[in-house]
Design a protein around this ligand. Structure first.
Ligand SMILES: Nc1ncnc2c1ncn2[C@@H]1O[C@H](COP(=O)(O)OP(=O)(O)OP(=O)(O)O)[C@@H](O)[C@H]1O
Length: 367
């Protein structure tokens, strides 16, 4: 079936436009638009229930949108009138509960989506099995493989027909932590080699940061921010977006003359009207800690504001880093700081904290 041509110079491999889907009068996907290029991994990231899987199911064609369109290479795949069925969409699927066929060998599983009489069929199967390091298991059955190996077979099976688009829904959540990082990296390498446009759903920020070229952060059915992992992490759109990736510290203030006064000195709040309550958000790893020097702190530079006195409430060793909680002298509030490696000052130790301005985000106060 040939879809209507849509007029774009270089159409993306996958494009969805303004997809809307409601259940029982509630919009669970609320105007989602996305583009994914070949060889690009985009992660749909968001908390449970925000509509990620529904979006993926609509693209796969196992669920219908109420409105909006899906295109592949500029060809219409589906709108509310026209619809290519799932099996005609050149889409590879890999879901958390991927099930290999227990009665088929590993090689037969990988070849499942390939036409029986396809030229080079066996070579394609073996190429993929070699690529995922399982050629020696070609004749085995799924129950003879470990969870991680089964996952690699599932990936090879999904990629065997050279799908233009790969949709992955929490594909690694069934694996234990030790296996997960290695398989994520291998999967990423193979996906890049195969050149499909990948849309991967996850609720784990670490997974998205590790896998994605681009992250689309979803909340309440909408994409609220989209960009490279570095940008999403370092320029969150709001407090919730910041908090999705790490613990945060929040300092409240009120704007006067486009400035907010805090124990850490003044923060700029350009364009924010006087009297507006704001929250200054920072990540624990960005607090700078200095020792007390006879009752004085460090001399900060202009971009660091003012050092504030605080005392250690508790310090814990977390493996890769230490987490230290401080009580601020100024207002009794508690701030968290993380420090690489081992840093375990005694409770009550007086120290001075600085918040480098480039690492802080000022947002109007919400909720
Ligand atoms: N067939 C359905 N009928 C009614 N409600 C549904 C249906 N499918 C999904 N929902 C609801 O739509 C919302 C979004 O679900 P969806 O599975 O897309 O979210 P998600 O972000 O993928 O979450 P999770 O990570 O938990 O799977 C949820 O509140 C869910 O209960």
């Amino acid at each position: 079936m040939i879809g209507k041509r849509h007029l774009a110079q270089t159409p993306p491999r996958l494009e969805i436009r303004n997809i809307i889907r409601s259940y029982d009068g509630r919009r669970v996907v609320d105007g989602v638009s996305l583009r994914v290029e070949p060889g690009q991994v985009t992660c749909l990231l968001g908390p449970s229930g925000c509509g990620k899987s529904t979006t993926l199911r609509i693209i796969a064609g196992v669920e219908m949108q109420d409105s909006g369109e899906i295109y592949a290479d500029g060809e219409l795949v589906c709108d509310t009138v026209f619809r290519i069925p799932p099996e005609g969409r050149s889409i590879g699927l890999m879901f958390q509960d991927f099930a290999l066929f227990p009665h088929l060998s590993v090689a037969e599983n990988v070849g499942f989506g390939l036409p029986r009489k396809m030229a080079g069929r066996d070579a394609r199967i073996m190429e993929l099995l070699e690529r995922v390091g399982l050629a020696h298991h070609a004749g085995d059955y799924p129950h003879q493989l470990s969870g991680g190996e089964q996952q690699r077979v599932a990936l090879a099976r999904a990629l065997a027909p050279r799908p233009k688009i790969m949709l992955m829904d929490e594909p690694f959540s069934g694996l234990d932590n030790r296996l997960r990082d290695g398989i994520r990296d291998e999967t990423l390498d193979l996906l890049k080699e195969e050149g499909a446009a990948v849309l991967l759903v996850t609720h784990e920020p670490d997974e998205a940061m590790r896998m994605a070229d681009e992250i689309a952060l979803m909340r309440d059915g909408k994409i609220i921010q989209q960009g490279a992992p570095y940008n999403i992490y370092n320029s969150p759109r709001d407090k919730k977006a910041a908090a999705f990736f790490s613990d945060i510290n929040v300092i409240e203030g009120t704007v006067k003359g486009a400035l907010t006064q805090t124990p850490f000195g003044r923060f700029l709040a350009p364009g924010v009207p006087d009297g507006t309550k704001v929250e200054i958000v920072s990540r624990p790893q960005h607090i700078r800690i200095d020792f007390d020097r006879g009752g004085r702190g460090p001399n900060p530079t202009a971009s660091d504001g003012v050092a504030a006195r605080a005392s250690v409430v508790r310090a814990r060793f977390m493996g890769r880093e230490s987490l230290v909680e401080f009580r601020m002298d100024a207002d009794g509030s508690v701030l968290k700081a993380t420090v690489p490696s081992v840093f375990l000052p005694a409770e009550g130790t007086v120290m001075w904290l600085t918040l480098p301005r480039a690492r802080c985000f000022v947002f109007p106060k919400t909720g």
